[in-house]
Structures are given as structure tokens and as C-alpha cells.
Design a protein around this ligand. Structure first.
Ligand code: MG
Length: 203
């Protein structure tokens, strides 16, 4: 199983971190060991002093494929949820400055939070998906899939030009503005529309 992530897929988030809006999707990966198992405790990693949440819509790949044209890409994912692409922002800032890869900031154990799966319906293909993240009961991020620079089918098609997609692979599709710090004791809740997808306490 592979975990793909899209960076800078919302113009307002690219702006808040001082990044240019990309011409092509920015893709990076997390290993399988990055997946946080539901109901397992989530511990603040000891190597960072600036843990950031990034709430994102996550797609689940349902068919094996490669070199998918955009107009076929929609058949290759069947479920969606909200997750968090946890980021050690202090480490990422250092790595970015030096032009080094991001894995130490992004791909560590348990850095990929996943909510419960919701079937991706025909209705969802026609209407934008709204999602949000609450921290300690207050909304800190609001997302709307129609604000994505690269929509789902473009992302799936693009990734498949470089990597084969396999059943069960995940795609974190980027975060909207409002990323920020989580500290020990914070409770994070992810919502798709008004439905709660996960609740996570930082221990
Ligand atoms: Mg992200």
C-alpha cells in the first residue's frame, strides 16, 4: 500500500506558507508505517517543537491502473474521508531551505491520520465536498474541494503517469489555509460536511 500526498493544492494555503502556486501537482509519499491506526494513541513526536495539522480530503484507490487519462480517473477511487497530513513544520522549514527531501518532516510513524471511509457517490462527483477541522471544539480549517488547484481526477491521472496505482493506495489531496500547531492535550476532530470522520487526542 502506498500513501501519496499532494502539496500546495489550495492557493490560500500555498500563500500562507509563502510558496508559489505550482504549475504541476506537487507529489510526495509517506510509507505504510506512517498510517495511524484508528483508536491507537497518538503521541507528540519528540523530534519536533512545531507539530502542524493539515486537514485533507483523502481518496482510496479501488482499481489497479497506470497511465490513466483524466476522463477515466474517476473510476479508480471509490471512497473518501478526511485525514491529517501531520507535519513537523520546524524540520520541514530547515529541509526546504537546504533543498533537501521532506521525509523527516512528513513521513514519520503515525503522521497520516485517517477518518472512517465514506463511499464516493455519483452525487459527490457532481458537487463540491466541504470538510473542516476542529481543534478543542473550535473550527480551525474549512475546506471546499472546488478550491483545489488540481481536482481529484487530475491528481489521480497525474500520479498514475509516474507510479502504478494499486487497490488500497491512499491519496491525501492537499490542505486549505488555516494550518497550525497542535500541542499535547489538543483534541482534533475532522468532518466531512457535518459528519465526524475522526477524533484524535495528542498525547
Ligand atoms: Mg499536506
Amino acid at each position: 500500500m502506498k500513501i501519496f500526498c499532494v502539496g500546495r493544492n489550495y492557493a490560500d494555503h500555498a500563500k500562507e506558507l509563502g510558496n508559489a502556486v505550482p504549475e504541476d501537482p506537487v507529489i510526495f509519499m509517506k510509507p505504510k508505517s506512517a498510517l495511524h491506526l484508528a483508536n491507537a494513541p497518538f503521541y507528540y513526536p519528540e523530534f519536533t517543537n512545531e507539530l502542524h495539522y493539515e486537514a485533507e480530503l483523502v481518496l482510496r484507490i479501488a482499481k489497479n491502473g497506470k497511465y490513466l487519462p483524466e476522463h477515466h480517473a474517476g473510476k479508480y477511487y471509490d471512497a473518501v474521508t478526511v485525514g491529517i497530513d501531520f507535519t513537523a513544520r520546524d524540520i520541514q522549514s530547515e529541509l526546504k531551505k537546504k533543498g533537501l527531501p521532506w521525509e523527516k518532516a512528513k513521513a514519520w510513524d503515525q503522521s497520516a491520520i485517517l477518518g472512517k471511509w465514506v463511499p464516493f457517490t455519483t452525487e459527490m462527483r457532481r458537487t463540491p465536498l466541504m470538510f473542516s477541522l476542529k481543534k478543542n471544539g473550535e473550527t480551525v480549517q474549512n475546506g471546499d474541494s472546488s478550491d483545489m488547484i488540481f481536482p481529484f481526477d487530475t491528481i489521480v491521472s497525474h500520479i498514475s503517469q509516474y507510479f502504478s496505482l494499486n487497490i488500497g493506495d491512499l491519496i491525501y489531496t492537499g490542505t486549505p489555509a488555516g494550518v497550525g500547531e497542535a500541542v499535547v492535550g489538543d483534541v482534533l476532530e475532522g468532518f466531512l460536511g457535518t459528519d465526524k470522520m475522526f477524533e484524535l487526542e495528542v498525547k
